[in-house]
Ligand binder design. Structure first.
Ligand SMILES: [Zn+2]
Length: 347
């Protein structure tokens, strides 16, 4: 229990977070959150226009909250306001539109409070509230790392990110008065996905919606990784030695099921039933929104979008912002039925 909260903010915060990788794993109400892995927009960024930032806002809620962060093998105490800047900067390109950055700041703040309110112990880093591993918690970059990452753009970009955090000071997406599991991903491929189809538990605010990103706005919106038959077999058998891939390659894939959006839910491969996420992880696909073709020499996937597809699409948020939407409407579009409230009112 490392978060230190002043009485004035009236927060009860507990320790948190377990890794959450397996597809179809039940999602208990207080469970730690699945992460966006490394499939955030920051990994596939392209420059976009940069509207102005407001430099005169003051953070009062976020700067009054401290948490402990494990980074580079040590644990540091950090203000929520500074933590959020480092996460937003790591998870979303700073050249995204301001309203998208604000939506991202609220999503990360919400995710952090959601995780912090979980009752389960954090077995990965029991002495810290969060870590900077995006596979487990959220990516986070120090000011020093951001100076290196941004170079000559540092002054402009840090002002944009700080402005997004301060302009949303204390705001979270809440459902039934509690911070939500505010997951996000880089690009949905046209529709986001019901949480039930990816993690097995239906959360009322994580429902499939249409998302406006397109090949024109997302680098590598569609990718086509290909594997020789021998490489495919080697990768599969390395993880699933019980698979039977001895016959002709045309017989390797069996029955499959898909969501209404086309995302792979499950497929039989060599007699072993895999979830879409397991197939994605096995071959390093950018999403489970994938189809494949089999030839005499290779298996070629066609993959649309990037990430698990649940919750807010970052590139979709940027498209909404480009068209004039504000951060609240973006969040309320991707997280159904939520209110955007200051966290002290939410807990
Ligand atoms: Zn962690």
């Amino acid at each position: 229990m490392k978060i230190i909260v002043p009485i004035s903010v009236f927060l009860a915060i507990f320790s948190l977070l377990l890794p959450f990788f397996a597809a179809k794993t039940p999602l208990p109400s207080n469970s730690p959150a699945p992460t966006v892995e490394v499939t955030t927009a920051a990994a596939v960024a392209e420059p976009t226009p940069s509207p102005t930032a407001d430099y005169n806002l003051i953070s009062s809620f976020d700067s009054a909250v401290s948490l402990t962060l494990q980074t580079n093998g040590e644990i540091i105490t950090i203000k929520m306001s500074d933590y959020l800047v480092g996460v937003v900067a790591a998870e979303m390109p700073a050249n995204f539109y301001d309203e998208a950055l604000k939506a991202q700041a609220v999503a990360v703040r919400t995710f952090t409070y959601y995780s912090a309110s979980g009752a389960s112990a954090n077995s990965v880093h029991p002495d810290a509230d969060v870590c900077d591993n995006p596979v487990h918690c959220k990516a986070w970059l120090s000011d020093e790392a951001l100076r290196e990452k941004w170079g000559d753009n540092y002054d402009v970009y840090i002002a944009k990110i700080k402005s997004a955090v301060v302009a949303t000071d204390g705001l979270c997406a809440v459902y039934e008065d509690k911070p939500i599991l505010a997951v996000f991903h880089a690009a949905s491929g046209g529709f986001t996905e019901d949480s039930a189809n990816v993690w097995g538990e239906a959360l009322p605010y994580l429902r499939s919606v249409q998302s406006p990103e397109s090949p024109a706005s997302v680098p590598d919106f569609v990718t086509e990784p290909a594997f020789s038959l021998s490489e495919f077999k080697r990768l599969a058998l390395e993880v699933y030695p019980d698979m039977d891939l001895s016959g002709a390659s045309e017989t390797w894939f069996g029955e499959e099921s898909r969501s209404p959006n086309g995302r792979l839910l499950s497929v039989a491969l060599g007699g072993v039933k895999l979830s879409g996420t397991q197939l994605r992880n096995l071959f390093g696909l950018r999403s489970a929104n994938a189809v494949w073709t089999i030839s005499v020499s290779e298996i070629r996937f066609t993959v649309t979008g990037y990430g698990h597809g649940v919750g807010m699409s970052q590139f979709g948020a940027n498209e909404f912002a480009r068209n004039g939407a504000d951060f609240k409407s973006i969040l309320q579009y991707y997280y159904k039925g939520v209110e955007i409230e200051v966290i002290s009112q939410a807990l």
